[in-house]
Each structure stands twice: as structure tokens, then as C-alpha cells.
Design a protein around this ligand. Structure first.
Ligand SMILES: *Cc1c(COP(=O)(O)O)cnc(C)c1O
Length: 404
């Protein structure tokens, strides 16, 4: 194709499952992006909590270029140095003894759910296959993960869903007590619901799930695809809560923009995925592993993690100032650099109306459901970019209010 692609090419050539914005960014540096017309944007969206070090961070670019000249891919018929280094690094930094590598969050969760079922099958028998998860949860778009996820709109219309899955109320331990029993193999939960509206779990809730899982010999799975790798100000959110799962899934920030996923587990559980039970052609890809290793090593430092908490306070102060002026938010919440601003009564269902206005003003943001404006910027976003992005966001919100 010699002609410059345009937004209308999307409608002509792509399956219509997305409705992307009009602008097409062509270049990024740190927390700034430029589109085909040269218009500049401040990026508070971070590729949906993926671009953990912003765009084209030198640490990641160097890791990618360095590996690109050595070795890209082998398949799992062989192993490779970057994959082994990444697995070791994750084990040394977390509760885990063993790591399974793949290419996305959905795949990591698929592996976690299959592992839990297989572990229970091998150790307890066929009957122990039931999975408990939560309404409004999001675990990916494979058919198993949309079935375990708590948003029926993602699984409806695709035929019969797999059986043995039940949903409780997030942050309501009694609802789990009603669902969990000797036939439960796993409870899957996000320590902070992301797509569901940036809702942090209460510490007693996660500890209660841990206790219930222990009582019923079920595995506790933390989906940290969105909360993991520095997003909350700790390497993983479970560290923030002091509650340790049996299985943890990671993706998004893990690759800083390169597709990669990981499932972490213990020596007690891992053997259930014996030779041949599960796999992925790209799992442990050398390029993906090299970039992820660089991301983890750069992010899991006191400078970056403390910086995330400081930036959280800045985001909150700016959003509160905007709210004092315009009164559009009911609550500002979240942890680290995963921040949600819930719309006030007068603006119910209007979070998505902010996005096109924000883009016109030169700032990119996200929503989490109809009522929550979401931000998931680079973990190292400069203070000046936060201030400038917030000035632009304020102008967008002023326009929303003026049009009311
Ligand atoms: C994004 C997300 C997923 C799915 O990850 P993909 O890489 O899109 O497959 C799963 N769980 C949570 C909590 C997520 O935020």
C-alpha cells in the first residue's frame, strides 16, 4: 500500500468489533503522542494500562533492538535465555515458584483456570470443578474467560457457556459463603476491578476469600492483568494487601507495549500442568521476554514505585480541583496510577462523552463502564505532562458542562 492509510480504511478493511477515534497517532515519546496531522496529545490512557513506561522508553527500545539482532523465536521445543531470565526474575520478586509464559492477559487467565480445574481433578477428583468469580469482573475475551467474567454482555450470543461457574458480589464475603463448597476448585478475583469501574477490594474481603479457599481447599486466583507490574505502587497489588494467592496472572504493563502474559503459581499447584497438558506457540517468545524482563527490572525499583504513589496524589489533587469547579464527579478513587472518577448524579452514563472532547483538547483518557472516567498513564509520566494534560481535561469537562 503506497497511499497513507486513513480512518475510513478501518471501516473498509477491519472486522467492525471496534469503533476507534478519528485521529490516527503515528509517533509517541514518553507520555506524548502525535497524529498524522502533527497534532499532539498527552496520554492518560497508556494503551489501556499497557504502556507502563510510556511510549518508546529507551530501556525497552534497547532491550528490543538488542534481542532483535540475536534471536526472535524458537517455539517450546527449545527454551531460550530471555524466557528463563524473565521467569527467574518473576519468581525471585514474588510468592511464585513457577511461571507459565504466554502472549496476553486472556491467555494467562485461560491457563490459570485450566490449571485450577486440572489441579483439583488430579488431587480431588472430577466433582471438584466449580469456579467462583464476581459480577462486573473482567478476565479477557476467550470463551472461558468471558464466561468466568461477570459481564454477561461479553458472553451472550455465542452459544452455551461452559458449566460450573457462579458469580458473587464483589466486596461481599457472605455472597461467596453461599457459593463456595467442597466442589469449588477456584475463586478468581481482581484485587481492584478495572473494567468494572476501578473498584478496589476491601482488605478484609481479600483476606476472607483467602480463608474460605483454605477451608474448602480451593485455589485463590488473583487476576492482576491490569493491577500488576507497578500499576498500584507495588510490583503486584497482592503485596499492597498482604494476601497471597495460589495463582496470579499478569500481562498489560508487563510488556510495556509488547504483547506478553504470564501466569505465576506455586510448587504445590504447578505440577498439574504436566508435559503436554497445555501450551502456546508464542509462549516464552524471546523478543517478548527480553522486553518484559527490562520492564520488570526497571519498574520494580523504589524510585519508580514511590513515584507511582506521588503521581497518584497529583492526579487526585488535579481531579479534585476540576471537580470543585465543575461538580461532575461523585467520587475519585483507585490505587497508584489506575484512577477512576465516578460521574455525579447529573452526569450518569456520560463518562464516554468526555473522551471525544478530551481528544479535541489534546488529551487521551479512558472509561471503565458508563459512569467512570478512567486514567492509566505511564508509571513515569512527567509532572509537567500531568499538569498540561489536566489543563486540557479541564477544558474538555468545561465544554461538557456548558453543553448540558
Ligand atoms: C485487560 C484485562 C484482561 C485481558 O487481557 P488481554 O491481554 O486483553 O487478553 C484480563 N483481565 C483483566 C483484569 C484485564 O484488565
Amino acid at each position: 500500500m503506497t497511499q497513507t492509510p486513513t480512518r475510513s480504511d478501518f471501516d473498509q478493511y477491519m472486522v467492525p468489533n471496534y469503533a476507534p477515534q478519528k485521529a490516527i497517532p503515528v509517533r509517541g515519546e514518553g507520555s506524548r503522542l502525535w497524529d498524522q496531522e502533527g497534532k499532539e496529545y498527552i496520554d492518560f490512557a497508556g494503551g489501556i494500562a499497557v504502556n507502563s513506561l510510556g511510549h518508546c522508553h529507551p530501556v525497552l527500545v534497547d532491550a528490543l533492538k538488542d534481542q532483535a539482532d540475536k534471536l526472535w523465536h524458537l517455539s517450546n521445543v527449545y527454551t531460550n535465555e530471555p524466557a528463563l531470565k524473565l521467569a527467574r526474575s518473576l519468581v525471585e520478586r514474588t510468592f511464585a515458584d513457577k511461571v507459565y509464559l504466554c502472549s496476553s492477559g486472556g491467555e494467562a487467565n485461560e491457563a490459570a483456570l485450566k490449571l485450577a480445574r486440572r489441579w483439583a481433578h488430579d488431587n480431588h477428583g472430577e466433582h471438584k470443578h466449580r469456579i467462583v468469580s464476581f459480577y462486573q469482573s473482567f478476565h479477557g475475551r476467550t470463551f472461558f474467560t468471558v464466561s468466568v467474567g461477570g459481564q454477561p454482555k461479553y458472553s451472550q450470543g455465542f452459544g452455551p457457556v461452559p458449566g460450573g461457574i457462579a458469580h458473587g458480589e464483589f466486596n461481599d464475603l457472605d455472597s461467596v459463603r453461599d457459593l463456595i463448597d467442597a466442589d469449588t476448585c477456584a475463586v478468581m478475583v481482581e484485587p481492584m476491578q478495572g473494567e468494572g469501574g476501578i473498584l478496589p477490594a476491601e482488605p478484609e474481603f481479600l483476606q476472607g476469600l483467602r480463608d474460605l479457599c483454605d477451608q474448602h481447599d480451593a485455589l485463590l486466583i488473583f487476576d492482576e492483568v491490569q493491577t500488576g507490574v507497578g500499576r498500584t505502587g507495588s510490583l503486584y497489588a497482592y503485596m499492597e494487601y498482604g494476601v497471597t494467592p495460589d495463582i496470579l496472572t499478569s500481562a498489560k504493563s508487563l510488556g510495556g507495549g509488547f504483547p506478553v502474559g504470564a501466569m505465576l503459581t506455586t510448587d504445590r499447584v504447578a505440577p498439574a500442568l504436566g508435559i503436554g497438558t497445555h501450551g502456546s506457540t508464542y509462549g516464552g517468545n524471546a523478543l517478548a521476554s527480553a522486553v518484559a524482563l527490562a520492564a520488570v527490572e526497571h519498574i520494580d525499583t523504589p524510585e519508580v514505585l514511590t513515584g507511582v504513589k506521588q503521581r497518584h496524589d497529583l492526579f487526585r489533587e488535579h481531579l479534585e480541583a476540576i471537580n470543585r469547579q465543575h461538580g461532575v464527579f461523585k467520587e475519585i478513587r483507585g490505587m497508584g496510577l489506575l484512577i477512576g472518577a465516578e460521574m455525579s448524579e447529573a452526569y450518569q452514563g456520560r463518562a464516554k462523552d468526555i473522551l471525544p472532547l478530551a481528544i479535541e483538547e489534546g488529551v487521551m483518557a479512558l472509561v471503565a463502564g458508563p459512569n467512570v472516567l478512567r486514567m492509566a498513564p505511564s508509571l513515569v509520566i512527567p509532572e509537567a505532562d500531568i499538569a498540561e494534560g489536566m489543563a486540557r481535561l479541564e477544558r474538555a469537562i468545561a465544554r461538557l458542562v456548558a453543553a448540558q
